[in-house]
Ligand binder design. Structure first.
Ligand code: PEP
Length: 251
């Protein structure tokens, strides 16, 4: 049985004190969420240490939003996987569309980052998703397949035990426009087919695939009811503990 997960991507929001309060508020309500549903929060780098402490004793796991594509050295401004491990991260998000779009994240860089993250013992939430033009052109299945393959063809079935995929249509991120459950399910099922081809049916069946893009308490239930949607990567709604927990209670 694959794991259900609700992960919060805080992006570049909250100051450190506000972030620690938010982490505490999520931790305080985490016990309400059924044991089979994992909770993850991904605060900004500067908050990781304090948020990690705030999560102690709760089931909520800590994620970064990105990591460097080198292990260490002269890479000014970057944060390595070992640094993330040392402040208590269990996960990192990689390949978010905002990183791809604004910071030149290429599939080649992503392969290096995923390798480093796995070597360090971090789990990876790998994001894929088409933009509006690609969807309008009917290329959404092909784009999501090629983004998935470009990175994951470099990894093994064993590695996949530490990798979660997040399908995030770029046109639905932060726009208030959500993919319909049917639109999301179509892509999730397709990604699962891609995984079966790259690895085997067991990997396809066991990989957690999250939906992200304006997911909120009012639409989570319908999305999570789809057979191939195993939870959500939540942006805006993860900034309110009550909304985030409500989403996690939507299975
Ligand atoms: C995200 O950026 O990962 C995301 C899903 O954002 P939002 O929920 O705000 O659309």
């Amino acid at each position: 049985m694959r794991k259900k997960i609700v992960a919060g991507n805080w992006k570049m929001n909250t100051t450190r004190p506000d972030g620690i309060e938010l982490a505490k508020a999520v931790a305080a309500r985490a016990a309400e969420v059924p044991a089979g549903v994992g909770l993850i929060i991904a605060p900004p780098f500067t908050h990781l240490c304090g948020c990690g402490k705030a999560l102690e004793g709760s089931k909520v796991e800590l994620s970064a939003q990105n990591c460097a594509d080198h292990a260490k050295g002269a890479y000014t401004g970057e944060i390595s996987v070992d640094m993330l491990k040392a402040v208590g991260c269990q996960w990192t998000i990689l390949g978010h569309s905002e990183r791809r779009q604004y910071y030149g994240e290429t599939d080649e860089k992503l392969v290096e980052k995923v390798k480093l993250a796995l070597e360090a013992g971090l789990g990876v939430i790998l994001c894929v998703g088409e933009n509006l033009a690609e969807r309008k052109a009917g290329k959404h299945l092909a784009i999501c397949a090629s983004q998935t393959e470009a990175v994951l063809k470099n990894f093994t079935a064993e590695d996949m035990k530490k990798i979660v995929i997040a399908y995030e249509p770029v046109w639905a991120i932060g726009t208030g426009e959500t993919a319909t459950p049917a639109q999301a399910e179509e892509i999730h099922a397709h990604i699962r087919k891609v995984l079966a081809g790259l690895f085997n049916q067991a990997v396809a069946d066991d990989t957690t695939i999250l939906y992200g893009g304006s997911c909120k308490p009012s639409n989570a239930k319908e999305l999570f009811a789809q057979p191939d949607i195993d939870g959500g990567l939540i942006g805006g709604a993860a900034l309110k503990a009550d909304d985030f927990i409500q989403i996690a209670l939507s299975f």
